[in-house]
Design a protein around this ligand. Structure first.
Ligand code: FEO
Ligand code: CA
Ligand code: CA
Ligand code: CA
Length: 629
């Protein structure tokens, strides 16, 4: 890392620390406002005292991306666009693994933003983008079902997922991709070498035919959400990694119980049909090498990413972090599956704000905690530490490596609270609060309804707010309360809870990603799947009041085209640009038959019959160039 970047990052860190300090003072002062919001279930109001100054858009289903009046939304980069001049232009009929390794990947999700020094007054930044999963029927014109896939197709898929790091520059008020930037980079499931760091490094359960040391993995995959650390590295989260594995473990294999718990054993379709590495009958340990948080240094393209095993192995959704008053880093993480848990990792060492190099292995040592929510508003964070409580050899935990590899089973033993699919978990450094987005859980039974999971067969999700005592994010005892219970407040059967000033367009269902803006306000994006046709709106992005009189009021800002999902919302550091990832555009349900590139719901963004719909990053700016919202 050059000295110049060091200075920039130091400045960023000092600013964060300053914000945190001033915020902690105000947290103490405003503590009495932690009272319950005034919930209403039906009366709709006019939203006149909103802290968001944009004009609300309406719910709806259409082929267009719609944003509030006075704002523009422009496509910045599409799936398949070259990041380097040696890459071919995108041609859906001439895809190759090599081309995809040099082009922007598929199904963008998380977006991280890292400002760079301006050049000739041009603003510049790096975007760190996840490419979550491939969709063969939407990618390849020459297949009609997944059974038609060949090894070549799978290699293209493996090269289409992972991450893109791209440099962007502001030219005449518009962000553009910087072709051939030395920071441009693809990290893929097929070719990128990634170190294993932390307690699982070198453990017998991490060893494979290709890696007898258990220290080096090819690739990262199913990268859903993520986070940026205060020292400017990018955390990318491996979520539904079990989906790529095929086959059954050899009889009586020692991983059997673990693989059942993680949904890996006996899967019929996946990359393992053509690629032995992903067939658990042939490579039984490979699946232990996925399901981690991976740290990437975007400013050092020559450096290998690292899987940070101390943060545990599960279906990681995101990894947003914040510095505790002690100086330790706290990373909040959800395990996104029905009835899974909420975790946080607290580093042993403090963040060094004067020398970034001292933070580069900070995530290898610390304590991983899992949450238990009490009915009276308490949250207990329980340590997942070998030889603590039941995490002993008697229960199959012979070392901390076993604890992190089987984090779910360790959390089961500690009686953590099963949640309604924890997606993003977002701390607000300036208030000491943490927002836990629980997306939905139709598997929840009536007898398992509790305070944080208040509905059976929950189709709509909820947002739970955790308050860390006096802003101490490292605390093991916190408080929780409900922010909103999502869904239509006009329908009594839904059981939604919003502030009464929420309009007919201000409510949403299935919260997935969230971001705190430069004013400390929350923005929430949704992932409804097929219930869009029940709620009557495509997925989108809403401002959500979290403080004061209007707490619990939503306001709709952006709506994505039919078939797509709005992911990865992220603001530029000055708050004047909002980056949004439009994932799986044009994809209808399999019942509708409109789930292939020959019959998509639409061909967003270009509406060109020779092109499939293309996942893309959109940038939103206000006409007057001022801060958004
Ligand atoms: Fe990939 Fe939990 O969403
Ligand atoms: Ca989701
Ligand atoms: Ca997600
Ligand atoms: Ca999603």
């Amino acid at each position: 890392m050059s000295d110049h970047f060091q200075t920039i990052l130091n400045r960023r860190m000092n600013r964060r620390l300053f914000l945190k300090k001033s915020a902690l003072a105000s947290t103490v002062a405003i503590a009495p406002s932690l009272s319950l919001p005034s919930f209403a279930t039906s009366t709709m109001g006019s939203n006149t005292t909103s802290s968001f100054d944009f004009q609300e858009i309406t719910h709806g289903i259409s082929d267009q991306l719609v944003v509030a009046p006075g704002y523009d939304a422009n496509v910045l980069i599409r799936w398949g666009e070259p990041l380097f001049t040696d890459a071919p232009a995108f041609d859906v009929n001439k895809q190759t693994p090599f081309a995809q390794e040099r082009q922007f990947g598929y199904n963008n999700d998380y977006i991280g933003y890292l400002p760079l020094p301006a050049k000739n007054t041009e603003k510049r930044a790096l975007l760190c983008i996840n490419h979550e999963y491939s969709l063969p029927k939407m990618m390849f014109p020459d297949i009609s079902a997944e059974k038609d896939l060949t090894l070549e197709h799978i290699n293209i898929e493996q090269s289409s997922v992972g991450n893109s790091i791209v440099e962007i520059a502001m030219m005449n008020g518009e962000w553009k991709l910087v072709l051939d930037s030395p920071f441009n980079r693809r990290i893929t499931a097929r070719t990128t070498q990634i170190d294993i760091a932390g307690p699982a490094r070198g453990h017998a359960r991490m060893k494979t035919h290709a890696d007898s040391s258990g220290t080096l993995v090819t690739g990262t995959l199913m990268n859903c959400a993520g986070g940026m650390t205060p020292w400017g590295t990018y955390l990318t989260c491996e979520e539904n990694f079990n989906n790529v594995f095929t086959g059954s473990l050899p009889a009586n294999h020692k991983e059997e119980k673990s693989y059942e718990r993680y949904g890996i054993n006996h899967r019929k379709s996946g990359w393992g049909e053509h690629d032995a590495r992903f067939n658990v009958s042939q490579e039984p340990n490979e699946a232990n090498r996925f399901g981690w948080v991976v740290e990437i240094d975007p400013l050092s393209p020559e450096k290998k990413p690292k899987k940070r095993s101390a943060l545990g192995r599960f279906k990681h959704e995101g990894a947003e972090s914040v510095i505790a008053p002690s100086g330790q880093l706290v990373v909040y993480m959800g395990d996104d599956a029905a009835n899974e848990y909420l975790y946080k990792f607290v580093s042993t060492d403090s963040v060094d704000k004067t020398n970034i190099q001292n933070n580069l292995n900070l995530l290898d040592e610390g304590t991983l905690y899992v949450a238990r929510f009490g009915e009276s508003g308490g949250v207990l964070w329980m340590p997942l530490v070998h030889n603590t409580g039941p995490l002993t050899a008697k229960h199959g935990f012979f070392s901390q490596a076993d604890v992190v590899i089987n984090a779910r089973m360790a959390a089961d033993l500690l009686k953590a609270t099963p949640l309604d699919r924890p997606e993003d978990v977002v701390p607000n450094a300036s208030t000491g609060k943490v927002y836990v987005l629980l997306t939905n859980n139709t598997k929840r039974q009536q007898e398992h309804v509790d305070g944080v999971n208040p509905r059976a067969h929950n189709k709509y999700g909820q947002i739970v707010e955790i308050t860390e005592p006096k802003g101490d994010f490292a605390s093991t005892k916190s408080q929780w309360e409900m922010l909103v219970v999502a869904g239509d407040p006009n329908d009594k059967n839904v059981g939604a809870k919003w502030h009464k000033n929420t309009s007919d367009n201000g409510w949403f269902a299935c919260p997935d990603n969230a971001v705190v803006d430069h004013n400390g306000r929350l923005w929430v994006s949704t992932d409804q799947g097929d219930i869009a046709y029940e709620t009557g709106t495509n997925d989108g992005l809403w401002g959500l009041e979290t403080e004061g009189e209007e707490r619990g009021t939503g306001k709709m800002f952006l709506r994505c085209p039919e078939g797509a999902e709005t992911t990865g919302p992220m603001f530029s550091d000055d708050g004047t640009s909002l980056f949004v990832a439009i994932q799986h555009p044009g994809v209808g349900s399999s019942e509708s038959g409109r789930d292939s590139l020959h019959h998509p719901v639409n061909r967003w963004p270009d509406d060109d019959k020779n092109n499939p719909p293309r996942p893309s990053i959109v940038v939103v700016q206000k006409h007057d160039g001022k801060a958004i919202g």
